[in-house]
Design a protein around this ligand. Structure first.
Ligand code: FRU
Length: 444
């Protein structure tokens, strides 16, 4: 069948552009996924507001449209990223109000405001008045104008907040604040690391047992063959060791955010896109661009690193569990393919357009057909061994999980047809066909 490029089980806009997931939470019996949203432009050139998806089960959704607009002097040029925390019967949402003054400015050292703003809501959709909590003059003097993306959580009887920032001497860092009432915030400390870029965006803190991981999206780290392959990186800093590990080795992953589900699972959702990419997405011509990743559960591996695996709720989308068994055949998108390796190396090939290969400790994802990759070429991940592979294939995306989430590669891809010819070597494959999630669009 001809591919209409509409995703089946990923959240995306009908029109316009989305980027970062924001305000992820469980509130009032529903999951809430807010996101950076510009319905007016598929290329992201119009102002950001917050779009809003909600769901009772993570597999059927309602999109209620834009719920936060750039409509005050304190957020006049964009309602930028932020987070949510539930207290009593109220959801508190924190975001960055972006303001760019008219004039001859570089917008880094002057001309830009980054206001930390609070709104509250009782239903997830109707917002209170906006209240500015912190302005640039409140941030430490060593920060330039780029301070943003508040993530708030509760810990040891108080509220904590992290903000991503850029110092005046171009080092990325995270600012830690604390509060007893969610409105008055005191600066506690700064966390940074040498040689990890000039700006850190979208921070988040993940605690598992005794370990603390600071998730960040650094811009400006030096590119390498196996690390920092993309224009901007996204990963987590183990606060006890200072080791930085990338969340994803594919082409399209940035600005993830986590939240805790009612059953205590830590769930992560990322933007399956990155700003300023040197490749392209052909949906722009059709009127929309970008999607969010599938929700994944984050767990701690034996090696002290985090694992990322799709939430089990996705099982509900399976329509035919026996759609593909063995080494090859045809299967229609969307599907969920799992494979176990028979030896030290393997190869999996989709319609001679996408090649996934493991050899000599390196997994390579390579586009053989540029019409499908749209400027994407190859991405690599190092692993000592690779015994298991899972590919979640939607109509225009692949999320590849190696060794049960030890390494993940996310990418967009744009095959003409929804029928994929699978061929493989050194793998035993099984794949299930998936149905589309229901997404009801109630607003714009
Ligand atoms: C990350 C980011 C954030 C910012 C938002 C604006 O992709 O640049 O730092 O708040 O996007 O849309």
């Amino acid at each position: 069948m001809k591919n209409d490029f509409r995703q089946a089980f990923h959240l995306e806009p009908l029109n316009g552009w989305i980027n970062d997931p924001n305000g992820l939470c469980w509130f009032n019996g529903r999951y809430h996924v807010y996101c950076q949203y510009s319905p007016g432009s598929a290329d992201g050139s119009s102002k950001r507001g917050w779009g809003h998806f909600q769901s009772r089960d993570l597999t059927s959704w309602e999109f209620t449209g834009t719920v936060l607009f750039a409509d005050t002097p304190d957020d006049a040029d964009g309602v930028f990223s932020g987070s949510g925390i539930v207290k009593d019967d109220t959801l508190y949402l924190f975001y960055t109000g972006n303001v760019e003054h008219e004039g001859d400015y570089d917008y880094t050292t002057a001309g830009r405001e980054a206001n930390t703003i609070l709104v509250t809501t009782k239903d997830g959709v109707t917002m209170s008045e906006k209240k500015v909590l912190l302005r640039n003059s409140d941030y430490p003097d060593y920060c330039c104008c780029h301070v943003r993306d508040p993530k708030v959580w509760e810990q040891d009887g108080k509220f904590l907040m992290v903000l991503g920032a850029r110092t005046v001497d171009d080092k990325g860092c995270v600012l830690f604040y604390s509060s007893h009432d969610l409105e008055n915030w005191e600066f506690d400390k700064k966390v940074s690391k040498a040689d990890l870029g000039y700006m850190w965006e979208c921070p988040d803190l993940i605690r598992t047992g005794a370990s603390e991981f600071l998730s960040i999206s650094p811009q400006g780290a030096a590119h390498g063959q196996y690390q920092f392959q993309n224009v901007y990186s996204s990963g987590y800093l183990a606060l006890n060791t200072g080791i930085y590990t990338e969340w994803d080795c594919g082409f399209d992953f940035y600005a993830p955010q986590t939240f805790t589900a009612p059953d205590k699972r830590r769930i992560i959702i990322g933007w399956m896109g990155i700003g300023d990419i040197p490749y392209y997405n052909p949906t722009v011509k059709l009127g929309w661009q970008h999607c969010l990743t599938v929700p994944c559960e984050v767990t701690l591996g034996d090696d002290g690193k985090l694992r990322r695996n799709p939430i089990t709720e996705l099982e509900r989308l399976v329509t035919d569990r026996t759609a593909l068994v063995g080494a090859g055949g045809e299967i229609e998108l969307p599907f969920d393919l799992s494979a176990s390796a028979e030896g030290e190396s393997f190869e999996l090939n989709f319609s001679d357009a996408v090649q996934m290969k493991f050899e000599s400790g390196v997994f390579t994802l390579r586009f053989l057909d540029d019409a499908v990759g749209c400027g994407r070429n190859a991405r690599r991940a190092r692993l000592d061994r690779c015994s298991r592979l899972r590919v979640l294939a939607d109509k225009t995306s692949l999320e590849i999980f190696l060794n049960d989430g030890e390494k993940v590669l996310s990418t967009r891809f744009y095959p003409d047809s929804t029928v994929v010819r699978i061929s493989s070597r050194g793998l035993h494959c099984e794949a299930a066909r998936l149905r589309a999630m229901e997404v009801e669009h109630l607003g714009k």
